[in-house]
Design a protein. Structure first.
Length: 353
């Protein structure tokens, strides 16, 4: 995995990154490079990045995939490195989580692409740090640092859970979310349109015993709606362990914990078996950039996980070039609806001739 420009900026300053260091949500394998000169820990909330670090030989005992950090994983860090997340609320979450882990006099390093919102992040750092300022800048990226000179508030995970009641497509239920999860705290228009369309679909007569997969489950809204609609148990998959935690809490809040199986997976890598129905609102960003590789890989491998005549439903922003990918994967597709900047596509695993 090539280093991002953000990691290259960190590497320019790595002479000062010594002692015990925690990377919070790294974006590539740079923590391994730095581990040659420091005692490095990596906390990832992305299964893809976690697996990439594991593959290149990062120490398993210091590599963690989890929604929240526990003190048993490590504390008393000299430096904590955070990559600016796309969601500003996730930066607040990460800062709150890591500041109690930092030594008195230790430093937080925040690095990000200029398009990521890192320019305005200084104010967020100043809430718990002192002597906050720009350390370096290059390749359209910025690096800020700040010192811990005062005690940090204890981190309380429950304070970051957003819970609300949602009415959609003939159902009413409770949803739970966490910072950084898609559609955090609200129903996005694409999902609303998608569920209205699924509400009109004629599912197989014995659908309660069917296998259903929600690829990119987010806060679990589609998974929960599908379970309520069909009575079937749902497999909910996401690369983000924050999303999986949100989905777990959503099902628990509706007393339906036994109805869902959660899978952390880079694409469909961890999926076994075939499904009668696969539904997805696939991610199309890597950082701030449109990236078709996730969706393209998904479409080309989903056919291996659909039963004969199994059905695929996709909701996506209208501008995304998904139709040719669907045709390449399944031979053909149908656009079921197009409204409010979104399209809903349907494909079917062809029956063998």
């Amino acid at each position: 995995m090539n280093l991002n420009s953000t990691s290259q900026l960190l590497a320019r300053n790595e002479d000062e990154l010594t002692g015990k260091i925690l990377f919070a949500n790294p974006e590539d394998t740079y923590p391994l490079d730095l581990s040659k000169q420091a005692d490095v820990y990596a906390w990832s909330q992305s299964k893809t990045i976690h697996d990439a670090l594991s593959r290149v030989g990062f120490t398993d005992e210091k590599l963690f995939l989890s929604a929240q950090w526990t003190l048993e994983n490590g504390s008393d860090f000299d430096h904590i490195v955070i990559y600016q997340p796309k969601a500003k609320e996730l930066l607040d979450y990460l800062l709150a989580a890591v500041l109690p882990l930092l030594k008195e006099g230790g430093q937080v390093w925040l690095v990000g692409d200029n398009k990521s919102g890192v320019k305005s992040a200084m104010k967020r750092l100043e809430g718990g740090l002192d002597e906050v300022g720009k350390r370096d800048g290059a390749k359209h990226c910025l690096l800020y640092t700040g010192y811990k000179r005062r005690p940090a508030k204890p981190f309380v995970f429950e304070d970051w859970i957003v819970t609300w009641k949602q009415d959609v497509a003939g159902q009413s239920f409770t949803l739970c979310s966490l910072p950084g999860v898609f559609g955090h705290g609200k129903l996005d228009k694409g999902t609303e349109l998608f569920l209205d369309q699924l509400n009109q679909h004629r599912f197989m007569s014995d659908v309660a015993s069917a296998r259903l997969l929600d690829f990119g489950c987010g806060d679990g809204i589609i998974s929960l709606w599908l379970h309520n609609k069909t009575g079937a148990k749902i497999t909910a998959l996401d690369d983000s362990v924050l999303a999986l935690k949100a989905t777990e809490m959503t099902f628990a809040a509706n007393q339906l914990s036994d109805a869902v199986t959660l899978i952390a997976s880079n694409g469909l890598a961890e999926v076994k078996g075939r499904f009668n129905y696969v539904v997805t609102n696939p991610p199309f960003h890597t950082g701030m950039n449109t990236n078709y590789s996730i969706a393209e890989s998904f479409f080309m491998t989903v056919k291996q996980h659909l039963t004969l005549n199994g059905e695929l439903f996709v909701v996506a922003n209208d501008f995304l070039r998904y139709p040719p990918m669907l045709d390449a994967a399944l031979g053909s597709h149908t656009r079921l609806n197009r409204d409010k900047g979104f399209s809903i596509y349907h494909g079917r695993q062809p029956k063998k001739r």
